[in-house]
Design a protein around this ligand. Sequence first.
Ligand SMILES: Cc1cc2nc3c(=O)[nH]c(=O)nc-3n(C[C@H](O)[C@H](O)[C@H](O)COP(=O)(O)OP(=O)(O)OC[C@H]3O[C@@H](n4cnc5c(N)ncnc54)[C@H](O)[C@@H]3O)c2cc1C
Length: 432
Amino acid sequence: MSVRRLDPHAERARRNRLHPRHLEFARPAWRWTSADGVTRINPHALGAIGPNGIKRIDRSGASVEAAAGGTQASAEPSRRQVTIDTPTAYVAVVPELPEGRLSDHDRDLLGLARQLAEARGGAETGVAVVAVTFQAEVAGLEEAGADRRIDLSSQVDADSYAPEARLAALAAVETALAPAHWIFADDFPGGGDLGRRLAARLALAGDAAARAARAATRVWQFADGQTLSRAGDRQDIQRDVARVLLALPECAEPVSDTRHAATLLDLDASAGDASAAPGVIDRGRVAVDPQQIPLAQAPFILSAGRGVSDWEGYHHAAKVLGASEGASRVAVDDGYMPRARQVGATGTFVSASCYVAVGISGAVQHLQGITKCQRVVAINSDPSCDMVKRADFAIIGDGDAVLAAVCSQLGQPQPQPESGDSRHEEVRHDAA
Ligand SMILES: Cc1cc2nc3c(=O)[nH]c(=O)nc-3n(C[C@H](O)[C@H](O)[C@H](O)COP(=O)(O)OP(=O)(O)OC[C@H]3O[C@@H](n4cnc5c(N)ncnc54)[C@H](O)[C@@H]3O)c2cc1C
């Protein structure tokens, strides 16, 4: 009898797309971990359906073995170009685009859209995926799977909260293209709000059948022509594919083997009911102290470790950059930072768009806390440390000097360091 054993390290790397060895362990979609952490197996789907609709079964294990001893470059296959000249139908995706960029969740939504398009025949029957964006410039839509793109930035200010205006712009797209499906991120106040508004509007405008066909929310998988929505801890709702889908992260594998045109579609978006009186007036953003933002939600973190010695300079740099402060456990244990600022397995798990680690070696417990960060910058004197290996961008040098130079460049040089102990008050109280 053979017993199938799981390697917990490989499982962790496979689940975490940001893990440096993720590609080595990524498997076909017959077995996966859902958004709620439950391992799921689809007995009907051994292998994976590619965007061209062909089922691929890799029994060789080559993808794992080849990558295990190979390089990261060999794991990235060359992409096949897919072009649709005259689309006959559309699957529309409204990505969230935090900070103006495609997030992992957005790529999952586009992956789901490709699956739905392929289920309807894909490029052969002219079913195209169209990304509907409120930003003028969005990088990476070609690789993420968009055949067409609609730019609604002239209708709606991307930075403002204007649900009625967004809905009116989407209604114009609906009038012009009548997409077979609309896909949103099930997030609040982004796609979760907008998708429900659109679903309600479509239902009100339609016949009895349209009213009965409610939006599918919390969608986490499309398989065998149906979607699964998460209803509880371990319960799913299986149903036919709705017109409006609000999908969770990891609802589909992102597109990885094809490249698409993402051609700009010129629509008369003014056809929408943009004149509707807004029920919500956005008075603009309110400046907040970055230190008051909960660390787990902070978008920009400047984190310090044992390699920092000029602590006044570090606090000054965080202020100049408008960053929330974070710390390694050593910086906390040594008393330079409060416990609440510790990032890592026994601290806070952060999800910043940009995480700057100054003088932090990149111990595994620390790296566990930053897996969800979009961009990691390392400032370290040791080019071979793990944080530099993990980083998207690294500056090799003295951390204090680099921060001082950045502040000088921004016209706000550091004050002269004060003499004396700069350790955090919390520790002095403890000692007393
Ligand atoms: C059960 C357990 C849980 C843990 N949980 C956490 C946790 O949640 N979070 C956490 O952070 N740690 C945690 N740790 C501790 C962790 O293992 C490391 O010890 C810690 O992260 C190291 O902190 P550091 O990188 O600041 O220090 P070090 O590992 O000492 O690294 C200092 C770094 O600074 C660099 N450096 C030195 N001088 C300079 C300079 N002048 N300029 C620039 N760079 C310089 C060095 O090259 C080095 O890379 C945990 C450990 C255990 C056992």
